[in-house]
Design a protein. Structure first.
Length: 226
């Protein structure tokens, strides 16, 4: 029973569902693919903002963005956008090709963080902050799973994840967690804040993304599921 429940941790590729675009590299994607893509990106940015507002540690990539804000004076959203563009350079040796989803990822997530963050509550209670942090990780993971399935090109960070997965043939959950741990170390070195929320994200985002893809495939089975 426990083995079956944990099957999602073995996911190695993204499922093909009814809203998956037939080709990731297209400038005229079907509307049925664009809408879930944008929804997923908005949820991803919202989850990141919730983590920031929890006050007990941000996601590894936001730790890095926060560290950059200390030396640049940019907002977290602006720093996130610059990081996205920089990460794209790592796609070259991995032979990853960007799509319209890649571009929208860099824009929408950064914009949502800056737009939503001022309106989110900040808690004085550690227990409420912890709950908020867990919710942030889950919302981010759900958003990540939805927009990856849209098949319009992964975001800069997810392109790094899927590229490394293809090269190593390791499960997505392992690859993503390894990336997050490495990034948080760099962000901390630049002065970013590390806390409980950071660790929750680093080890929880991979399972949340793959669990979302696994559950959506069960609810909306289509062509195949590797």
């Amino acid at each position: 029973m426990a083995h079956n429940i944990l099957n999602f941790l073995k996911v190695k590729s993204t499922p093909i569902l009814f809203w998956s675009a037939p080709k990731p590299l297209t400038f005229t994607p079907p509307l049925i693919s664009i809408l879930p893509l944008c929804l997923g990106l908005v949820l991803f940015g919202l989850g990141e903002a919730i983590l920031i507002s929890s006050g007990i540690g941000v996601s590894p990539w936001t730790v890095l963005a926060e560290g950059i804000t200390h030396i640049s004076g940019w907002s977290i959203g602006q720093a996130t956008f610059v990081i996205s563009l920089t990460v794209l350079l790592s796609w070259v040796p991995l032979r990853q090709v960007p799509g319209i989803g890649t571009i929208l990822n860099a824009i929408i997530i950064a914009a949502v963080i800056d737009l939503v963050l001022p309106y989110l509550p900040q808690f004085q209670s550690l227990s409420l902050s912890l709950i908020s942090s867990v919710i942030g990780v889950m919302v981010t993971g759900i958003g990540g799973g939805i927009y990856l399935i849209a098949n319009l090109g992964p975001g800069p960070r997810d392109g790094l994840m899927t590229g490394l997965q293809r090269v190593t043939n390791w499960p997505i959950a392992w690859v993503r967690s390894g990336i997050e741990v490495s990034v948080v170390m760099l962000g901390w070195a630049l002065g970013g804040t590390v806390g409980i929320g950071t660790m929750l994200f680093a080890f929880g985002i991979g399972p949340c993304v793959t669990a979302t893809m696994f559950c959506l495939n069960k609810c909306f089975p289509n062509e195949s599921y590797p």
